[in-house]
Design a binder for this molecule. Structure first.
Ligand SMILES: [Zn+2]
Length: 385
């Protein structure tokens, strides 16, 4: 009898353990999904600040926020129940998660002290008091900024946030029983308006981003420059500065007379070029008149500042270093081009594009031996891949 009871006890224990394990697995799977979306967004922000910690709080832990950003650690916390609300949105579930995470990341990257977010966030207690100390106007400004940046970076990360934000807010308000109005916060209606405005603005800016990229491809550099110049006003990110500088440099390259080597040896294509083949061969006889020379110098000087700005935003942004090195070489300063590559983080110097610009720059310093060595490394890297 005693044995039987013991066996039964063990059986119950095993069932319980299995149940706990299943639950643990479940939250781990959710954490994996959340982390994937989070990392995609962090890449889209491409900010030197790195990323905050991401914590998924199990439903069993009672807490006062739904999703929040805290600057002290720093970390972003998401309630498991909020994850489930997003998961219930079917094909839009990842888009919904991206909206929430991108919004919180926007607070982090814009150096807001913390997320004063009433929509995804607070229910009461000490945190609520802290929020009340902030003026309503500051809150709305921070939220507007977080929505603008958040939605834009959702798009850059490949998600589709448009058209679901309001539904997501409705679902959150109803699942958490949040009142339409909370003391000291903007009402839900105001929040809806902020979202709508952000969506409209970002839809326009994102299409500008796409037009800018396409314009570079079809070599309409003036249009590309207008697009990225405008975008840097709203989103002064390393990518936008880099794209702006790229459009200017490619335009300058188009104006510049080609050296013999550039027409004959593909090694001499600047690694900034997106598609270089056909055009190079056509324009070999080009002469540089005074007006074109002036325009070229203006473009290169201006591109130089754009790439320097991109690097100042992220000291490890290898693309901008390589582009800046191309600009220096185009400005007949190959020593500075070599210097830029040497400034790159060591682990990023061993790449094809870095070797290629070094090969070109060493050639221009009359160091043909070193130049050949670099081009050899280009082909080694290519053969290795
Ligand atoms: Zn917020």
């Amino acid at each position: 009898m005693k044995n039987k009871l013991l066996k039964k006890g063990i059986l119950i224990l095993l069932v319980l353990l299995a149940f706990i394990d299943l639950k643990a697995q479940n939250i781990n799977a959710k954490k994996n999904t959340l982390t994937k979306v989070f990392n995609n967004l962090v890449n889209a922000y491409g900010n030197a600040k790195g990323k905050p910690a991401l914590i998924l709080i199990p439903k069993s832990h009672k807490q006062n926020y739904i999703a929040a950003y805290f600057s002290d650690t720093p970390n972003i916390k998401v309630d498991e129940k909020l994850f489930d609300i997003c998961a219930q949105m079917g094909p839009d579930s990842l888009n919904a998660l991206s909206i929430i995470l991108s919004h919180e990341l926007a607070h982090y990257y814009n150096d807001h002290n913390w997320c004063s977010d009433y929509a995804f966030a607070i229910r009461n207690t000490a945190i609520g008091k802290k929020i009340k100390e902030e003026s309503k106007e500051t809150k709305i400004n921070h939220e507007r900024e977080a929505d603008n940046f958040g939605i834009y970076h959702c798009c850059l990360a490949g998600y589709h946030p448009f058209g679901i934000y309001k539904k997501l807010l409705d679902n959150i308000y109803s699942a958490y029983n949040l009142p339409e109005r909370m003391d000291g916060y903007p009402a839900k209606k105001e929040r809806d308006t902020i979202c709508e405005q952000a969506q409209r603005r970002i839809a326009t800016l994102y299409s500008e981003f796409l037009v800018g990229n396409k314009a570079i491809k079809i070599e309409d550099f003036e249009l590309a420059i207008n697009c990225f110049d405008d975008l840097t006003k709203y989103f002064p990110s390393r990518e936008n500065y880099n794209n702006l500088g790229t459009a200017k440099t490619l335009w300058a390259i188009k104006l510049r007379p080609l050296e013999k080597m550039q027409a004959e040896d593909p090694n001499f294509f600047y690694p900034i070029m997106t598609d270089s083949n056909s055009r190079l061969k056509i324009v070999i006889e080009r002469n540089l008149d005074e007006g074109a020379a002036q325009k070229m110098n203006e473009l290169l000087n201006s591109a130089r500042s754009d790439f320097e700005k991109a690097i100042s935003l992220d000291h490890e942004y290898d693309v901008a270093y390589i582009n800046l090195a191309c600009v220096f070489d185009l400005m007949d300063n190959p020593e500075a081009a070599i210097g830029e590559i040497k400034k790159m983080p060591i682990n990023k110097q061993n790449q094809e594009k870095a070797y290629r610009i070094l090969g070109i720059a060493y050639y221009h310093t009359d160091n043909e031996k070193k130049s050949k060595e670099m081009f050899k490394k280009v082909s080694d890297v290519n053969n290795h891949n």
